[in-house]
Design a protein around this ligand. Structure first.
Ligand code: HAS
Length: 549
C-alpha cells in the first residue's frame, strides 16, 4: 500500500473509537493531576467530599492505564491495517468486542473511584481494599485487550499465510511483538486480580498474601512500562525517518531491539521490590542484572535514531560532527514533538539506571523522585510521541489535514509541555533526594521540620502542573480540530523505507517460536524459586494461594 493511501474507513473508525476514550481520559486525568500539585503545594484544600487518594487514583488509573492502553491498541490496529492489509470483518468485529469490554470495564472502575469506594491508587496494593467492581472492571479491561490482541494475531497469521517466507513489514512486526509482550505481562495482573483480589474483596476469603500480590503486580508492572514505550519506538524507528525525508538506518537493528525488549522486560519486576523483605537478595541481584540488560535496546534505539538523523543531514549537504542537526525539520510538529520526547528520554533513562542500581534505590525508593522519573518517561517521552502520532494519524483517518495554524499550535503545545515538565519533574527529583515521600498529601507531613525544606520544590511542582494543564487544553483543542473541524484533505500515513546500504534482514529475527521460548525460560528462571519460597514461607493467616484453594 502506498503511504498516501488511506487505511480502510472501517478500520479507521475502530482506531478512532479508541482515541476518543484516550483523549477523554487525558482531560479528566490531567485535571486531577493539576489539583494534586496544588494540594501538595499546601496552598489549596480539596472540597471536603474529595479525598487526596481518590484524586490520585483517578489520575493514575485514567492516565497510566486507560489513556495508554486505548491509544496503543488504536495505534496498533491502524498500523496493522496499513502494513498488513485491511482487517477482515471477523478481526474487526473482535476488535470492537475487545473495545466494548475495555470501555465497560473502564466505566465500572471509574465509577467506583468517583464514588470514593476505590481510593487504592493505580497499583492497588493490598491491604488497601477496593469495591469488588473496581477489580472486576480492571479484569474486563484486561480481557478486552486480550480479545483485541488475539484479533491482531489472527490478522497477522493471515498475512503470513498469504506471504510465505516473506519478511514481515516492520511496523506489523513491531505491533505483534508489542502485543505479545502485553499478553505475557498481563497474565500476572490477571492472576492476582482473579485469584486474590476479587475473592478477597467479595469476602470469600479473609486474608490476602501481600507479597504474592505485589510480586504478581510487578511481574506485570515493569513490562507495562515497555508496553507504553514500544509504540513510541515504532514511531521513532519507522515513522520519523519518513517524516524528516530520510531512511530507516537498519531494519535488523530495529527488530533486534524489539526482541530484546520482549526477552528482558518481563523477568525484572523485583527492581520495584528491592526494599521488600521476603525475596532473597540473590534473586533481586539477578533481576537487577536483567534490568541493566533491558537498557541495551534503548541504547541501540538512541544509536539508530542518531544514525537516521545523520544520514539524512549528510544527504542534504551537512558537514562536521553535528552539522546534520540544523537540517532537521524543526517547524514540523510531527517531528518536533517526538524529538523532544527523545531528548527528555536521555535524563529520564539515566534516572531509570539510578533507580535500578540496588544501593542507590535505597535513597530514592518511595520518594517523589520516582514520580519525577515516570513523569519524564511515560508522561513526556511517550506522551509527546503519542501526540506526534496524533498529528498525522487522526487527520489521516478522518480525511482532514493539519493546517499551518494547528501545526504552530502543536509546536507551542510541545514547548509548553517541556517547560511545564521541566519545572515539575526537576523539582520532584530534588525533593525526592531530600526525602520527600511520593503519594502523600500535604496535611500528612505539612507540620514536620524536614517538610519545610521541600516547600519551594512543591511550589515549583504546582507551577509546572499548572503549565502542563495549559498543555492539556492545547492538545485537546488540536485533537478536536483534527477529529471534527480541520479542512478536508489527504494526510499521509508515513511509513519509512530502509536505507539502501542496510544489511538484508536475517530470517532468524522472524523465528517467533525461538524468541517466545527463550522468554518463557527467562521468566521461569527469574521467578520460579522465589515464588515457591513466597508460598512456602507465607506468614500465618495468609498461606499464599492456599487460603483460597
Ligand atoms: Fe522506570 C519506576 C528503572 C524506563 C516508567 N518507572 C518506574 C515507575 C514508572 C516507570 C511508571 O529499577 C513507577 C512505578 C510505581 O508506581 O512504583 N525505568 C527503569 C530503567 C529504565 C526505565 C532501568 N520507566 C522507564 C520507562 C518508563 C518507566 C521507559 C515508562 C514509559 N523504573 C526503574 C526502577 C523503578 C522504576 C528501578 C523502581 C523505583 C522504585 O524504587 O520504586 C530504562 O529502560 C531506561 C533506559 C533508557 C535509556 C535512554 C536512551 C535514550 C534514548 C533517546 C535518544 C535521543 C535522541 C535525540 C536520539 C538508556 C533512546 C538526541 C538528540 C540530541 C540533539 C542529543
Amino acid at each position: 500500500m502506498l503511504t498516501s493511501e488511506r487505511i480502510n474507513a472501517h478500520d479507521g473508525k475502530l482506531a478512532m473509537a479508541h482515541f476518543y476514550v484516550a483523549f477523554i481520559a487525558l482531560a479528566l486525568g490531567g485535571t486531577a493531576g493539576l489539583l494534586q500539585t496544588l494540594v501538595r503545594s499546601g496552598e489549596f484544600n480539596l472540597p471536603a467530599a474529595i479525598g487526596y487518594y481518590q484524586l490520585l487514583t483517578v489520575h493514575g488509573v485514567l492516565l497510566g492505564l486507560v489513556l495508554t492502553t486505548f491509544f496503543i491498541i488504536g495505534f496498533l490496529f491502524a498500523s496493522l491495517s496499513k502494513t498488513a492489509g485491511t482487517l477482515s470483518n471477523k478481526v474487526r468485529l473482535s476488535g470492537w468486542i475487545g473495545y466494548w469490554f475495555m470501555a465497560v470495564g473502564t466505566a465500572m472502575t471509574a465509577t467506583t473511584i468517583l464514588l470514593g469506594k476505590a481510593s487504592v491508587l493505580y497499583t492497588f496494593y493490598a491491604p488497601l481494599m477496593a469495591d469488588p467492581f473496581f477489580y472486576i472492571g480492571l479484569a474486563l479491561v484486561v480481557v478486552g485487550s486480550w480479545i483485541s490482541g488475539f484479533a491482531m494475531f489472527v490478522h497477522f497469521a493471515k498475512w503470513k499465510k498469504a506471504n510465505p517466507g516473506a519478511v514481515t513489514p516492520l511496523l506489523s512486526f513491531m505491533a505483534i511483538f508489542t502485543m505479545i509482550l502485553w499478553l505475557v505481562a498481563t497474565l500476572g495482573v490477571a492472576a492476582t486480580v482473579l485469584i486474590q483480589y476479587i475473592p478477597w474483596s467479595l469476602g470469600f476469603v479473609d486474608t490476602i498474601d501481600v507479597l504474592i500480590s505485589r510480586t504478581l503486580f510487578w511481574y506485570f508492572g515493569h513490562p507495562l512500562v515497555y508496553f507504553w514505550l514500544l509504540p513510541a519506538y515504532m514511531a521513532w524507528y519507522v515513522v520519523i525517518p519518513k517524516v524528516i525525508g530520510g531512511k530507516i538506518f537498519s531494519d535488523s537493528l530495529a527488530r533486534l531491539s524489539f526482541i530484546l525488549f520482549l526477552l528482558f522486560s518481563i523477568p525484572v519486576g523485583f527492581h520495584h521490590q528491592l526494599t521488600e523483605p521476603g525475596i532473597a537478595p540473590s534473586w533481586k541481584y539477578l533481576q537487577v542484572v536483567l534490568t541493566f540488560l533491558v537498557v541495551i535496546p534503548s541504547l541501540m534505539t538512541a544509536f539508530s535514531m542518531f544514525a537516521s538523523f545523520e544520514m539524512y543531514g549528510r544527504s542534504k549537504g551537512a558537514t562536521g560532527l553535528f552539522g546534520w542537526f540544523r537540517k532537521l525539520p524543526w517547524g514540523d510538529a510531527r517531528f518536533f514533538a517526538p524529538f523532544m520526547g527523545m531528548l527528555i528520554f536521555i535524563p529520564a533513562g539515566a534516572g531509570g539506571i539510578i533507580n535500578a542500581s540496588h544501593q542507590l534505590n535505597q535513597v530514592i525508593h518511595n520518594t517523589i523522585w520516582v514520580t519525577g522519573h515516570f513523569h519524564l518517561t511515560v508522561a513526556t517521552t511517550v506522551l509527546l510521541t503519542f501526540f506526534g502520532i496524533a498529528y498525522w494519524l487522526i487527520p489521516h483517518i478522518t480525511g482532514r489535514v493539519l493546517t499551518k495554524a494547528m501545526n504552530k499550535l502543536a509546536i507551542v503545545q510541545t514547548i509548553v509541555w517541556v517547560v511545564g515538565m521541566t519545572f515539575m519533574s526537576t523539582s520532584m527529583h530534588f525533593a525526592g533526594l531530600l526525602g520527600a515521600p511520593r503519594r502523600s498529601a500535604f496535611s500528612t507531613y505539612g507540620e514536620s521540620a524536614q517538610a519545610i525544606e521541600w516547600i519551594p520544590y512543591q511550589i515549583a511542582q504546582a507551577v509546572g502542573g499548572t503549565i502542563l494543564f495549559i498543555g492539556i487544553i492545547l492538545i485537546l483543542v488540536i485533537f478536536v480540530n483534527l477529529a471534527f473541524f480541520a479542512p478536508k484533505g489527504e494526510t499521509e500515513f508515513p511509513v519509512g523505507e530502509v536505507a539502501d546500504q542496510a544489511e538484508k534482514t536475517p530470517m532468524l529475527l522472524e523465528n517467533w517460536k525461538l524468541w517466545v521460548g527463550i522468554l518463557i525460560a527467562l521468566i521461569l528462571i527469574a521467578y520460579t524459586v522465589p515464588f515457591i519460597d513466597m508460598i512456602q514461607n507465607a506468614p500465618p493467616g495468609s498461606k499464599g494461594f492456599n487460603n483460597i484453594l
